[in-house]
Design a protein around this ligand. Structure first.
Ligand code: DGJ
Length: 387
């Protein structure tokens, strides 16, 4: 069981009662109210072991949530090449998967993609970098597709990797890595963008493909899927339509958040609008979350104020975004999933999940909770918050 305490509670569905429930949990810190999320504490799986799924994402499939993330174990070290920016790392062990039907109790399904310890040239060789795995299900091909950030230890390669499985619990077959959209200009390119220059990485990488570091994938209601990736030396993000099989980028892409230096993308949709939460680029150090909204996935994206309020809002409560989870059957309730990185002991990084509250400004707000529970009626929750 994940943190947490006995069976899930039945919360009432108004903000008032939800807040009251939170207050009770905080006040008593007891198990009386049932299972709860304890952001920043050690979260154990159903076997009593700490959950090991960092920088991850969650897929809902046939009544089960599958949580995929970076398995981080072994010692943390700082390669010579990364000394100037504190880029510590651990060797790749693989991508882990946990399953749950209630989001509180997580069963370890093991490593669904493993390091390739015998192939020094492989992207999955332990000395390489594998981060932020995200899995989506393709209804047409009936396959599970994993996208991940693949890199060399100095983060210079900046590539996307893809893996495929017939089952959510793997094993995933690694297909390889590439830099997206080689030989294609983005839809919103300008003439000036095409002129090569010392600071123009878009033009520099035109032929060989665009840099891709932190990433996420988002499946829209119509089944089209999109890859968001931090590109152009992390200065500018790209959003790219994926092919129908979700295995490649199509060449249809846009530059977004130009020169805003954003990473850790998480994307979700609410009431026909697209929302983005990400971070600035400060390595493992936390910074203020970035929230944005758009009517079209290709933009224009409008940045909104920092969604976090209260103490430590300027560091996203000491975390960095990983994913935003829509709760099934509660179409307007979303959970913000973030990592609290431990730079010098990366395997001891923690998880911080918080409810995204729809604020009276018409946008989403994140508040710290020492503990909280899923409400049972998110529709009422949101209506109450908007009034
Ligand atoms: C921030 C990124 O979001 C993480 O995924 C990781 O790449 C670290 N930087 C490395 O410093």
């Amino acid at each position: 069981m994940m943190s947490f305490r006995a069976k899930p509670a039945r919360c009432a569905g108004s903000l008032l009662i939800f807040t009251f429930a939170l207050a009770l949990c905080c006040a008593f810190g007891s198990s009386a109210a049932g299972a709860e999320f304890l952001p920043g504490e050690i979260w154990n799986d159903t076997a009593g072991q700490p959950i090991n799924a960092h920088g991850g994402g969650i897929l809902y499939y046939k009544g089960v949530y599958y949580w995929y993330g970076e398995s981080k174990s072994g010692s943390t070290f700082l390669p010579e090449s990364n000394k100037s920016w504190g880029g510590t790392r651990v060797d790749i062990t693989g991508v882990s998967c946990y399953s749950s039907t209630n989001l509180y109790d997580w069963k370890n399904e093991g490593l669904v993609l493993r390091a390739e310890t015998n192939s020094p040239l492989s992207d999955l060789y332990p000395s390489k970098v594998l981060e932020r795995p995200k899995v989506i299900y393709n209804r047409s091909t009936k396959e599970f597709v994993m996208w991940m950030h693949i890199d060399t230890p100095d983060y210079a390669a900046a590539r996307t990797g893809v893996a495929l499985s017939e089952k959510p619990t793997g094993p995933f077959r690694y297909l390889g890595s590439f830099r997206p959209n080689a030989g294609v200009w983005p839809e919103n390119v300008t003439d000036a963008d095409k002129i090569p220059g010392p600071t123009n990485s878009l033009a520099r990488d035109f032929k060989t493909g665009q840099m891709a570091r932190d990433l996420t994938v988002f499946e829209d209601d119509d089944g089209q899927a999109y890859l968001f990736y931090a590109s152009e030396d992390n200065f500018t993000m790209h959003v790219s339509l994926l092919t129908a099989d979700y295995l490649h980028t199509t060449g249809k892409y846009d530059r977004i958040f130009i020169n805003r230096s954003m990473e850790a993308p998480a994307v979700f949709k609410c009431d026909g609008k697209y929302y983005f939460i990400g971070s600035g680029c400060t390595g493992w150090e936390p910074n203020a979350a970035r929230l944005a909204v758009a009517d079209s996935i290709f933009g224009p994206w409008r940045e909104l104020p920092n969604p976090c309020v209260g103490e430590h809002a300027d560091t996203t409560f000491g975390t960095q975004s990983a994913f935003v989870l829509p709760i099934q059957g509660r179409e307007d309730f979303f959970v913000f999933l973030a990592d609290r990185w431990n730079q010098w002991k990366l395997p001891e990084s923690r998880y911080v999940w918080l409810p995204l509250e729809f604020s009276s400004t018409g946008h989403f707000t994140l508040r710290w909770h020492n503990s909280w529970q899923l409400p049972t009626d998110a529709k009422n929750l949101r209506a109450a918050a908007a009034n």
